[in-house]
Write a protein that binds this ligand. Structure first.
Ligand SMILES: Cc1ncc(COP(=O)(O)O)c(C=O)c1O
Length: 364
């Protein structure tokens, strides 16, 4: 049957696969497959969301001004240079739509968040993957992948699905060597988990001064508001004005705006979430090493672990055996890391269950 023909680059797209949410036979599986917040979200954010239940007929503030001001104050930014998305995913799409033409190239690291390539290919561009070194972004390889056709580059720091990190000096070196007509997207989905490090910087000052940087952030991780789909970005006025032209009206819902303001103000919840991740990450990494698995250096709210030949089971076997015990982790076959599992830091009790299950699976 003939019919409309989609752009050739769309044929190359693998639809996004979310972390598994169901385990046969378990009403409430332990879901540590999607890097959600183990502690839920701030109770104040839930209350702010519920408080809107009787005003669902009213459109949101299209500019999200109260939230914009709160974020600008929190991070020392110009409110007019902040723009919201339905999750940071939507910002990647807007940026790709605005800056990529068919035939252009987008460069990303070898192990990259899947939504970036979807956005680039939907815009008609070709995706170029730059090899990593030890599952860590290699700035020289990223620069070597740049051609006269390159118009966009994505980097997450800390990265997903690897969880690894590069010092901000490396990001600066990458940007300094990049032609000005290449847009650099610094995806800070996991930035909050590295903020305490001396060699980390969110990149806002660099983005303020540069003609070609967008920094993206999300409320889905530290703030635990993944269901509300709220991301934001900071860039120079010219780029923000461009993105704003194609941003669909009312893309940040009222519930998301209200909950996000409350979440920003609930410093106790954020501190507890961060403390849980830091403690859980160290414990889980040590546990993996003890049982003969090879954890990658972990800087976000998860640990990615390699199942080496020393272990009789494959990563897929272990993922399956855990699911049979009601524990959902993320296999990374579709990220070209088939020997790895990505495991979100859960509550102490969840991590205890995981350890018990893994010991029994590996003892078989
Ligand atoms: C690197 C990275 N960027 C962005 C996102 C998506 O964030 P959001 O929920 O804001 O769309 C994720 C989600 O897992 C991620 O891992």
């Amino acid at each position: 049957m003939s019919g409309p023909i989609a752009k050739a680059t769309i044929a190359e797209i693998e639809p996004y696969k979310a972390g598994k949410a169901k385990a046969a036979g378990y009403d409430k599986p332990i879901k540590i497959s999607a890097n959600e917040n183990a502690l839920g979200c701030s109770p104040a954010a839930s209350r702010a969301y519920v408080a809107l239940a009787n005003t669902l007929h009213v459109y949101p503030d299209p500019q999200a001004n109260a939230l914009r001001d709160a974020l600008a104050q929190e991070h020392g930014l110009e409110p007019s240079q902040v723009l919201f998305g339905t999750g940071s995913d939507e910002i990647f799409s807007m940026a790709a739509q605005a800056y990529l033409n068919p035939g252009d190239e987008m460069v990303q690291p070898q192990f990259a968040f899947a939504a970036w390539a979807i956005a680039a290919r939907a815009a008609g561009a070709t995706v170029i993957a730059a090899p990593e070194r030890d599952y860590t972004i290699d700035v020289d390889a990223m620069l070597a992948a740049v051609t006269p056709r390159t118009r966009m580059m994505f980097v997450a720091n800390p990265a997903s699905p690897t969880g690894t990190f590069i010092p901000f000096a490396e990001i600066k070196r990458l940007h300094a060597a990049l032609p000005e007509n290449v847009l650099l997207v610094l995806d800070g989905a996991y930035a909050e988990f590295a903020e305490g490090r001396a060699d980390f910087d969110a990149g806002f000052d660099l983005a303020r001064a540069a003609p070609n940087i967008i920094v993206t952030r999300t409320f889905s991780k530290l703030y635990g508001l993944a269901a509300l789909r709220l991301g934001w970005c900071y860039s120079n006025p010219k780029i923000i004005q461009t993105l704003n032209k194609i941003r669909l009206p009312f893309n940040a819902s009222s519930g998301a705006q209200a909950a996000a303001i409350a979440a920003l103000n609930d410093r106790d919840f954020s501190a507890r979430s961060l403390a849980r991740v830091e403690a859980g990450r160290a414990q889980l990494s040590a546990f993996f090493a003890e049982i003969g698995l090879a954890p990658l250096p972990a800087f976000a709210n998860f640990v990615t672990v390699r199942v080496t030949e020393a272990t009789p089971q494959t990563a897929a076997d272990i993922e399956q055996a855990l699911a049979e015990r009601g524990i959902l982790v993320r296999g990374l076959q579709n990220y070209a890391m088939p020997d790895c599992l990505r495991i979100t830091i859960g509550t102490e009790a969840e991590m205890q269950c995981l350890e018990t299950a893994l010991r029994s699976i590996l003892a078989r």
